[in-house]
Design a protein around this ligand. Structure first.
Ligand SMILES: [Zn+2]
Length: 355
């Protein structure tokens, strides 16, 4: 892999000078020693822990239920990290540092989770320092959606050396994201960069839990896609196979809409198509703000693959300005549920390299 590392040096010098040269080494992974890292991904239901090498390769991984309350959850995270190290057949001494990701809002600088809708009873929890103390390793804390974006940048859909500007949109219960500019994960002035779900796509639209109206999340989060179909079914004139599904299930999700759209149901297709249109419009705004090379879709809904991406690209092309053809690549995430542990570990690696 020496050849690839050498190529990275040339790219760094040509584009941005010495400061980014080290970063290019970082992305190739294999050129910066042999450090091993623990990645800890804190979710509302499960904690995932993994041991990763400095190229983002998963050596071992474990998953445990999250538990309730900060003390129990932190104890579970520490235990899961230890278990991942044992599963890798390593002593804890072999680990260089720990990367942690958590739902926010949080302070990456202080390593504190300020509060969390998904984690009851969490308020100003010094998660980074408590885990660092328990494992005896340096640690870094990052927002979960941003860590996943960094994982995709480092070792997933954006891993190619020439990808330096990229964003990821995660479609799940909520809509989140992460932005990488010139090879750096963007955190912003108040750690809010990447809250793409709250980009407004419909002025004076549906009232979001955040207090704004017309947020992207209100139209494209998995539950909202289902609710838009339910709303359309309020009209008794509308005929759709989704009506039977609704009567049977009591509610509809994006998955139901996708399934029925794939079978050609007209209403389901309309709702799905409109969802893709909202996403395409958000992507166009993102291109004009940031000019990314690549926009990656991840999260549960992105499992639809080309069935989701093709209409997004179609709406993107139809609505994009006519001055130049679109240059952005819209594609699916590659790391699935491992994106969080990979991104967290890669950020710990970057921290140890002084980035
Ligand atoms: Zn909102």
């Amino acid at each position: 892999m020496l050849g690839q590392a050498w190529q990275a040096v040339v790219i760094g010098r040509e584009n941005n000078g010495f400061s980014l040269l080290t970063f290019d080494f970082l992305k190739t992974g294999d050129a910066v020693g042999d450090g091993l890292y623990i990645g800890l991904d804190l979710g509302g239901t499960n904690i995932k822990a993994g041991v990763l090498d400095c190229a983002g390769k998963v050596i071992s991984k474990v998953s445990v239920p999250t538990g309730r309350g900060p003390d129990a959850v932190i104890a579970n995270m520490v235990a899961a990290g230890g278990e991942a190290v044992r599963a890798a057949g390593l002593p804890l001494d072999a680990i260089t540092a720990v990367g942690i990701d958590s739902p926010g809002p949080l302070s990456t600088e202080k390593g504190v989770v300020i509060r969390s809708a998904n984690l009851l009873g969490w308020e100003n929890v010094p998660l980074r320092d408590r885990i660092s103390a328990a494992l005896g390793k340096p640690a870094i804390l990052e927002n979960d959606a941003r860590a996943a974006a960094y994982g995709e940048f480092f070792a997933g859909a954006g891993k190619s050396l020439n990808v330096r500007n990229m964003m990821m949109i995660t479609l799940g219960t909520g809509v989140g994201g992460g932005i990488i500019v010139d090879g750096h994960l963007i955190r912003g002035h108040t750690d809010m960069a990447g809250e793409l779900g709250h980009a407004i796509v419909v002025p004076d639209g549906a009232l979001c839990g955040c207090g704004q109206k017309g947020c992207l999340e209100m139209y494209t989060a998995a539950s909202r896609v289902g609710q838009r179909a339910v709303q359309a079914l309020h009209d008794p004139e509308v005929t759709s196979s989704l009506r039977d599904a609704l009567n049977q299930l009591g509610e509809l999700t994006a998955r139901d809409v996708e399934d029925h759209a794939r079978r050609g149901d007209e209403l389901a297709l309309e709702v799905w198509n409109q969802t893709c249109r909202y996403l395409a419009v958000a992507c166009i705004s993102a291109v004009h703000w940031l000019d990314p090379q690549m926009i990656i879709f991840g999260g549960g809904m992105a499992a639809a693959g080309e069935f989701l991406l093709q209409p997004i690209r179609r709406h993107f092309d139809a609505n994009y300005w006519k001055m130049d053809p679109p240059a952005v690549e819209i594609r699916a995430a590659e790391l699935g549920n491992d994106a969080g542990i990979i991104g967290a570990a890669a950020l710990a690696h970057a921290m140890m390299q002084g980035h």
